[in-house]
Design a protein around this ligand. Structure first.
Ligand SMILES: [Zn+2]
Length: 232
């Protein structure tokens, strides 16, 4: 399954289009996706972003370098193109997008149930969660079902496909890459090492709780049947 990260992938796609205006120079250069100012008409006078595969104006290039030095980088969600809606989450066919905002809040606000293994109430549509931790060398995964009836081969395959594709992302290579990824792309929480991301597949809403500290579980990935399906 193809899994994209919003806004990173969307910014890179937008830049791939904007770049075609340079041939090799641009008479009408596009706006800088980071700040909204006009880019320099000569491609080489602009700067390659350190945070996604897109070029930005030279002023932003300098600002990025200084912010990175001070460990205070501007998150991609703070870029002009994202704030102005020039880029949108674009669900790839049969794939999924990881994003900071939750479009299925009604799942958490709706009816709850308890499961045989826990008295903690969870949304009624929750079918299972994956818990994973990185031990310094590899990821360990365990599955925790929250629903008694079998899901069926197709739904199980969809969950496995999403989970396998997620763990194969370069961002999940180790805890350092995960830490960088969370800081750049995930929604922060009141705990500085914990983050949230949300996604959707054909039949599931997915909530990713990411924990970037060592010696703890580092990922809880919960699956909820989407509104087209009801549990038996
Ligand atoms: Zn700029």
């Amino acid at each position: 399954m193809r899994i994209e990260v919003f806004p990173k992938t969307a910014l890179e796609k937008k830049w791939a289009v904007d770049k075609t205006l340079f041939d090799p120079d641009a008479v009408h250069p596009p706006v800088c996706l980071r700040c909204g100012a006009s880019m320099h008409g000569r491609l080489a006078e602009n700067a390659l972003s350190r945070h996604c595969n897109a070029m930005i104006c030279s002023k932003c290039g300098t600002d990025e370098a200084m912010r990175d030095y001070g460990c205070a980088s501007l998150p991609l969600t703070g870029w002009y193109a994202v704030k102005q809606g020039l880029v949108q989450p674009d669900q790839p066919e049969g794939g999924a997008v990881l994003r900071q905002d939750c479009v299925f809040q009604h799942v958490f606000d709706g009816p709850k149930k308890t499961t045989p293994l826990s008295s903690w109430p969870v949304p009624e549509s929750k079918v299972l969660h994956l818990r994973a931790d990185y031990d310094g060398h590899k990821w360990w995964r365990t599955w925790h079902p929250c629903h008694d009836a079998p899901l069926g081969d197709d739904l199980c395959a969809e969950i496995n496909d999403f989970s396998d594709s997620l763990m194969k992302l370069p961002e999940f290579e180790n805890l350092e890459t995960l830490k960088f990824f969370c800081k750049e792309n995930a929604a922060p929480t009141s705990e500085r090492t914990e983050f949230n991301l949300y996604s959707e597949t054909n039949h599931f809403y997915v909530w990713l709780r990411l924990i970037s500290r060592a010696g703890d579980y580092n990922l809880y990935c919960s699956f909820y049947l989407n509104d087209q399906l009801k549990l038996d």
